[in-house]
Design a protein around this ligand. Structure first.
Ligand code: EPZ
Length: 421
């Protein structure tokens, strides 16, 4: 298996282009199932998770191809042949569960494997199931699969989510576009990826209002058409690269970044001593003081601080002056990076959902590995300013969510290389 070797060094300078959002694209792709006309996505990120979703759609009989070096995805579901999302694909990527709502809405039935456990938490699907049942689907769990049917079609309903789940909101919104009548989702998730999905669905002819708020109203229509849609900027990739100059020093312009995507994150890092300025092309980030200050953070659904940036922020706080507290409220097991950062000399105490980080002057390079995407990239960030060499293994996690991570960081002066196994 490949590894990434980072040698800690001096300040970074230059620009990093930010890709289209993985998590938006993974919700947009299943939307193709809702229509028999082509859906084209531009600004798609080139990631293994996108390939996995492509394989899943193809297994359902959809046509899906990647053009222009993978940045354009063309899909068509005019001849779907199956409503079976197989365990072999779903177990690799739980976002596969986003085909459930579209399949039931379009085909009247679906069999979608339950994803099973995940490194960061149990991640059940009860909210997805409850929402689709409210729309009239009958859903049973048999042989590890959710068997859903709605032979007479779905019917609009009032759905109040117990928690503002991103995936449940996406599945329900997609299903509701083809339901008869009006669906109102309250306590809906407000993430930019949901706003992006709704914009695409609207371009396909769906009637939806309220995206970005906690109340989304969908007026069902008989059919959706094709569309071409540009995937929104990846706010998590953006936040990750904003932390590179914050940790290693220097000044980096993150191209395509906007403040509205990362406001709560920016509030925190500015408080720690990082400067963020909007430019005509993105966000310019630099460190204003020799040493950053400790800050406290609690992860929350959008617009709160994103759980997907918690590991990366922890990497920064390891060398900040003072004691920082990180409360993880979204996933129950999302501190796997803490013991690895500790191997690099960090002082971190984890008690349940709270990590207390006492800043040290400097981290030291070490061989490290992590079991999820964001944890892995946090180790690369930590390595940028550590003394000596950090070798990050299990690089396949990074390939799921960061395109050209080595090239992007090398381009701003980081000493980083990928070593083939
Ligand atoms: C999305 O996952 C993202 N994935 C995650 O990205 C992200 O961490 C998460 O939202 C939170 O922002 C994609 O968009 C593909 P949730 P999702 O449903 O939709 C509980 C990354 O690194 N829950 O909002 O699965 C769940 O267990 C990642 O890119 C239920 O209890 O997240 C969790 O504790 C990983 N029942 C919380 O809600 C349900 O039916 C938030 O989950 C659904 C969720």
């Amino acid at each position: 298996m490949d590894s990434i070797v980072v040698t800690g060094g001096g300040p970074l300078k230059g620009e990093i282009p930010i890709a289209g959002a993985k998590n938006a694209c993974l919700a947009l792709m299943p939307a193709t199932i809702l229509s028999d006309e082509p859906l084209t996505l531009t600004n798609a990120p080139r990631l293994s998770d996108i390939k996995t979703m492509t394989t899943l759609l193809q297994s359902l009989g959809a046509e899906a191809s990647r053009l222009q070096d993978g940045q354009v995805l063309t899909m068509s579901s005019h001849a779907l042949t199956s409503a079976h999302a197989d365990y072999e694909i779903v177990r690799k990527m739980r976002a596969s569960n986003l085909v459930l709502g579209p399949l039931v809405a379009r085909m009247g039935h679906a069999e979608v494997s339950l994803p099973g456990g995940c490194a960061i938490g149990a991640r059940p699907m009860d909210l997805h199931i409850h929402g689709l049942e409210k729309l009239g689907a009958e859903i049973d769990l048999r042989d590890g699969y959710l068997h859903a049917k709605a032979p007479k079609g779905l019917k609009g309903a009032m759905i109040d989510l117990d928690f503002a789940s991103v995936g449940a909101t996406e599945n329900i919104v997609m299903a509701a576009t083809l339901a008869k009548g009006t669906t109102v989702i309250t306590n809906a998730a407000r993430e930019p990826e949901i706003v992006d999905l709704v914009r695409c669905l609207r371009a396909m002819g769906a009637q939806i209002e309220g995206e970005g708020s906690d109340r989304i109203e969908v007026q069902g229509v008989d059919r959706l058409s094709g569309a071409t849609h540009r995937v929104v900027t990846d706010r998590i990739e953006l936040g990750t690269y904003m932390l590179a100059p914050a940790i290693a020093g220097g000044e980096v312009e993150c191209l395509g970044g906007t403040l509205e995507l990362v406001q709560s994150f920016v509030d925190r890092i500015e408080r720690a001593g990082v400067s963020v300025k909007e430019t005509s092309r993105g966000l310019m980030v630099s460190r204003t003081s020799e040493r950053l200050s400790a800050v406290d953070v609690t992860t929350e659904p959008f617009p709160g601080f994103p759980t997907d940036l918690q590991a990366q922020l922890m990497a920064m706080l390891c060398t900040a002056d003072g004691v920082s507290t990180l409360n993880e409220t979204i996933f129950e097991n999302r501190f796997m990076h803490a013991p690895e950062l500790t191997r690099m000399g960090a002082e971190i105490d984890v008690q349940g959902g709270t990590a207390t980080v006492t800043g040290v002057e400097k981290l030291r390079g070490a061989p490290v590995m992590a079991t999820d995407l964001r944890a892995s990239v946090s180790l690369i960030l930590a390595g940028l300013a550590a003394e000596g060499e950090t070798v990050v293994s299990r690089v396949y996690h990074l390939d799921r969510g960061y395109e050209h991570v080595v090239r992007k960081l090398e381009h701003v002066g980081a000493r980083i290389e990928r070593v083939k196994a």
